[in-house]
Design a protein around this ligand. Structure first.
Ligand SMILES: Nc1nc2c(ncn2[C@@H]2O[C@H](COP(=O)(O)OP(=O)(O)O)[C@@H](O)[C@H]2O)c(=O)[nH]1
Ligand SMILES: [Mg+2]
Length: 286
C-alpha cells in the first residue's frame, strides 16, 4: 500500500527554502496539564514570545491538585486583554478530574477546530518539546504541504536527553519497535507527542472515534493518519527531559499501550485509504 510518510532532516533548525510562515497564521497550541504549575507560566511566556500574534494557547487541565488550573486562569487574565478582538490568546478548559491524556487531547483539539484553527499543535507542558521548533515545524508544513509534521526523536539527527539511562532508552525504543511492527507502519517515532496538524487531517481522522488514552493515543492517531493516506513528515528534535515534576504516564498507562496496539490493529482492520485524501493528493488520476 502506498504510504505518505517521509522523513526529512533539517536539524538543527536549518533554514528551509521558503515559504516563510506568515505572521497571521491561525495556530492553536493544545497542551493537556496535570500538575504542571511550575512549568506552565514559563511555557506560556515562551509560546507567546513566538512571532505569531494569532497563536492561541488552549490548556486542558484536569483539576490538578497543585493548582495548575488556577494558574492557567491567572495567565489568561494576564494575556487576554492584549489579544486581538474575538480571539483570546489563552483559553482554559477545566475538567473535573484526571481523565487521561487522550480524552484531554480530543477535548482540546475539538475545541480548537470549533474555534476555526487552521493549524493545531499538540505538545507537553514540561519543555520536553521545545517551543523553538514550532516555527520550523510550520515552515516544513507549508513547504512540503504535509498534513502532519512530527517532532521526532527517531529520525537521523533526533536525540534523547543525555540524562536518559539505558533502561529508559530501551523502553522507549522497544515501545516504538513493538507498535511499528504490529501495526506495520513507517513512522519512526510512534509515541511522539509533539505534532503539528492541518485542520483537514484532524477532521478526516474523526477524533470522536479515538479510544486510546495514554501513549497509545499517539499511536492510534499516527496509525489512522498513515493508513488513511495523509502525508506525514518527521523532523528531528532534541527531546529534553521534563524540566520540573514527574511523568504522569505510569505503569498502567504503559500496559494500556501494549494491549491497545493489538486492539487498534483489530479495530481498523477494514480501514481503507480515504478516497477524499487520495483525490486531494493525486489529482492527475481523478
Ligand atoms: N489534562 C490531563 N493532562 C495530562 C494527563 N496525563 C498527562 N497529562 C499531561 O500530558 C502531558 C504529557 O504527560 P507527561 O507526564 O509529560 O508524559 P511523558 O512526557 O511521557 O513523561 C503533560 O503536559 C502532562 O501534564 C491527564 O490525565 N489529564
Ligand atoms: Mg512529558
Amino acid at each position: 500500500m502506498h504510504s505518505g510518510v517521509q522523513a526529512i532532516v533539517t536539524y538543527p533548525l536549518a533554514p528551509l527554502s521558503s515559504p516563510a510562515v506568515p505572521e497571521s497564521i491561525d495556530l492553536t497550541v493544545v497542551i493537556p496539564t496535570y500538575n504542571e504549575a511550575d512549568n506552565l507560566p514559563a511555557m506560556a511566556a515562551a509560546l507567546f514570545a513566538l512571532p505569531f500574534p494569532r497563536l492561541q494557547l488552549l490548556i486542558v487541565d484536569d483539576n490538578s491538585p497543585d493548582g495548575t488550573g488556577h494558574i492557567a486562569d491567572e495567565l489568561a487574565a494576564t494575556y487576554n486583554p492584549a489579544a486581538p478582538a474575538g480571539r483570546p490568546r489563552l483559553v482554559v478548559i477545566h475538567r473535573a478530574g484526571k481523565g487521561g491524556l487522550g480524552t484531554a487531547y480530543v477535548t482540546g483539539m475539538q475545541r480548537a477546530l470549533a474555534g476555526g484553527a487552521d493549524y493545531v499543535l499538540q505538545m507537553d507542558a514540561d519543555f520536553s518539546h521545545s517551543p523553538r521548533y514550532i516555527p520550523q515545524m510550520l515552515n516544513v508544513m507549508l513547504a512540503t504541504n504535509a498534513d502532519v509534521v512530527i517532532g521526532s526523536r527517531y529520525v537521523p539527527g533526533g536525540t534523547l536527553d543525555e540524562g536518559w539511562g539505558p533502561g529508559r532508552r530501551l523502553m522507549s525504543w522497544w515501545a516504538n519497535l513493538y507498535s511499528r511492527a504490529i501495526l506495520g507502519l513507517r513512522i519512526r517515532d510512534m509515541t511522539a507527542g509533539f505534532k503539528l496538524w492541518q485542520r483537514e487531517a484532524l477532521l478526516g481522522i474523526g477524533l470522536e472515534s479515538i479510544r486510546s488514552n495514554g501513549y497509545s493515543f499517539q499511536v492510534e492517531m499516527a496509525y489512522l493518519c498513515e493508513r488513511l493516506g495523509y502525508r506525514l513528515v518527521e523532523i528531528p528534535i532534541h527531546f529534553e527531559d521534563r524540566r520540573i515534576g514527574q511523568s504522569k504516564l505510569d505503569v498502567p498507562v504503559k500496559l494500556e499501550s501494549a494491549w491497545r496496539t493489538w486492539q487498534i490493529r483489530w479495530r481498523y482492520r477494514h480501514l481503507k485509504r480515504s478516497p477524499h485524501v487520495a483525490r486531494r493528493r493525486d489529482p492527475v488520476t481523478n
